[in-house]
Design a protein around this ligand. Structure first.
Ligand SMILES: Nc1ncnc2c1ncn2[C@@H]1O[C@H](COP(=O)(O)OP(=O)(O)OP(=O)(O)O)[C@@H](O)[C@H]1O
Length: 568
């Protein structure tokens, strides 16, 4: 267990020297930097608060969560402070960068199985810790798995996770939904009964596929399609034929996670005991295998960014008008997308081409589509009758509109919060006084409220699939996470009302406190390699779709496609 608090990191910008850019998210830029007094290399995430479109609660949650966690597999913030209109979050520098960047740079078709097993085991240890402390990460994906030069792995990015305390008020305030669907569990999309930490297990399964193939399932499709495909299709998985290089135990692991009924997914703790992880190696294996030969992170990032800029130029030449350009945002890997009810309605026509694909496949039994099983789901003959009828229903235009309306009305939204919401939440900095430690004063804690929708078409087609493989396994939590539990549960981090009175008891899982949520965001990182590949193959199918615009993680209103917003 690390004890970074033993060191005191300065909370003034003048004590740090920013070097090169090593990452860029939708809401922040990350730099390698020197902490001058400590003579230590760190990473600093710089968020422009003025561009955060008022989702300051989200930022505060991320920072607070990052400061309070203490696990070797979870990226912790050393400190944070404001500098002018920016928020600086000082973190350990992870010299290998994210798995997404590593794949983009050197493994566009994904990693080998021992690498995947090693990575996933480390991520799972992080999830066991987070879940045991009442956190749902909600943004598990390759872009948030960071590797250090020695091969150690940390799960990053709590920009989404701390929304676990969000309650019904947030849902009612807007009809705008922000998130990325590729990694999003069906129950999160549906919002029928709320969701719990099992949502992370779904995302974990999707991440496993992402690491295996170099991209997440459905990543080539526009968000609306991803949403409907996730709800209506059988879960994606590793294909017997196409994924011959992977073991049976890996295929089983993925199938175990990607069960639509969250109750039937194993807990993170139980999953950690899955026999697939016998393939995992000590983490220094990652340094020797995937990091070996890679150029330094800053240089890698610069090259990737230049490639993306090239791609945008190509896109611009191919697609003249703004609306068409906005479509490329879909193909960018569906990063931080956004739509509202009107968007949903206007996208109803998008469903047609997906239905056409399915129908064409049914007619000619095309092998091609079957081989893309993990991207487009099961062919109709492999669907249950209920699922098939859902699929047929989806082809009716009226059904589409009504579904979209139902979905739209159930999707979460985010309130505008004043800048003052941030006061007292960060360490002492240029603009802060007397706030040594984070607190939750401003946290939204109004009563949780279920959003009931009529959108119930995603029946649990896969119920019973892959069950039993973990049966009989011990449910004890690894000892190292237990001492922290008391600390977190007794502090102000987790409000009393954050927990459902119900405990999770299914599947023989350990009884974790089970926060319930009605709101969600999720984001993907863009996949450059895939983006390039898909863009080169852009057909009228994807090129004719309605406008969905990336506006940044915290931006939910503007449809502006500035060059910056398009840059990564
Ligand atoms: N501590 C770190 N060390 C090295 N690289 C980092 C570190 N933190 C982040 N990065 C890099 O910067 C990228 C963007 O960071 P981050 O995901 O935190 O920003 P974000 O705005 O929250 O992004 P997104 O919304 O796309 O998830 C990461 O994908 C990673 O490649």
């Amino acid at each position: 267990m690390e004890h970074p608090l033993e060191k005191r990191y300065p909370v003034n910008a003048k004590d740090y020297k920013l070097y090169e850019e090593v990452g860029e998210g939708v809401s922040a830029t990350v730099y390698r930097a020197l902490c001058i007094p400590l003579n230590e290399i760190v990473a600093i995430k710089v968020l422009d608060l003025e561009k955060c479109n008022n989702d300051l609660d989200g930022i505060r949650r991320e920072v607070q969560t990052m400061s309070l966690i203490d696990h070797p597999n979870v990226l912790r913030a050393h400190c944070s402070f404001t500098a002018g209109h920016n928020l600086w979050v000082v973190m350990p520098y992870m010299a290998g960068g994210s798995c997404l960047h590593i794949m983009k740079s050197a493994y566009p078709e994904g990693f080998e199985e021992p690498v995947i097993a090693t990575l996933l085991r480390e991520v799972l240890k992080a999830l066991v810790y987070l879940h045991a402390h009442g956190h749902i990460h909600r943004d598990v994906k390759a872009g948030n798995i960071l590797i250090d030069s020695n091969g150690s792995v940390k799960l990053a990015d709590f920009g989404v996770s701390a929304c676990m305390f969000d309650t019904g008020d947030r849902q009612r305030s807007r009809n705008t939904f922000v998130g990325t669907p590729c990694w999003m569990a069906p129950e999160v999309m549906q919002q029928l009964h709320g969701y719990d930490f099992k949502a992370d297990i779904w995302s974990f399964g999707i991440t496993a596929l992402e690491l295996a193939h170099g991209h997440a399932p459905f990543s080539k499709y526009p968000p609306m399609k991803v949403l409907l495909m996730t709800l209506q299709n059988a879960p994606p998985g590793l294909d017997y034929e196409r994924d011959k290089r992977f073991s049976k135990s890996f295929k089983e692991l993925v199938a175990t996670c990607l069960v639509k009924d969250p109750k039937k997914r194993p807990s993170s703790e139980k999953l950690l005991k899955h026999h697939f992880f016998k393939h995992a190696r000590p983490y220094d294996y990652l340094a020797r295998s995937i990091l070996d030969g890679l150029v330094p992170l800053g240089e890698r990032f610069r090259v990737l960014k230049a490639k993306e800029a090239d791609l945008l130029v190509q896109n611009k030449a191919l697609y003249e008008d703004k609306e068409q350009l906005s479509q490329q945002e879909y193909i960018r890997g569906i990063s931080a997308w956004n739509f509202n009810l009107e968007d949903l309605k206007s996208q109803a026509a998008l469903i047609q081409d997906y239905d056409d694909v399915s129908s064409a496949e049914d007619r000619d039994g095309s092998r091609k589509q079957r081989d893309r099983h993990d991207d487009v789901g099961l062919p109709a003959e492999r669907m249950s009758p209920e699922m098939a009828s859902n699929s047929i229903a989806a082809t009716s235009p009226e059904g589409r509109i009504s579904d979209l309306h139902d979905l739209g009305s159930s999707l979460a939204s985010f309130p505008i919060k004043p800048l003052q919401a941030l006061k007292g939440c960060f360490d002492i900095g240029e603009d802060d006084e007397g706030a040594n430690s984070p607190n939750w004063k401003g946290a939204t804690q109004s009563e949780s409220e279920q959003i009931i929708t009529k959108s119930s078409r995603a029946a649990d087609q896969d119920a019973g699939r892959n069950e039993g493989e973990n049966s009989g396994q011990s449910s004890s939590l690894p000892r190292q996470v237990i001492p922290e539990l008391k600390k977190f549960l007794s502090g102000s981090l987790i409000p009393d009302n954050a927990f459902s009175p119900k405990k999770v008891t299914g599947d023989g899982d350990r009884d974790f406190p089970q926060p319930k949520f009605q709101s969600d965001r999720n984001y993907s990182g863009p996949l450059l390699y895939r983006q390039r590949r898909e863009t080169n193959n852009i057909s009228s199918e994807d090129g004719s779709e309605g406008a969905v615009v990336q506006r940044g993680r915290f931006k939910v209103t503007s449809a502006d496609l500035s060059p910056k917003a398009m840059a990564l």
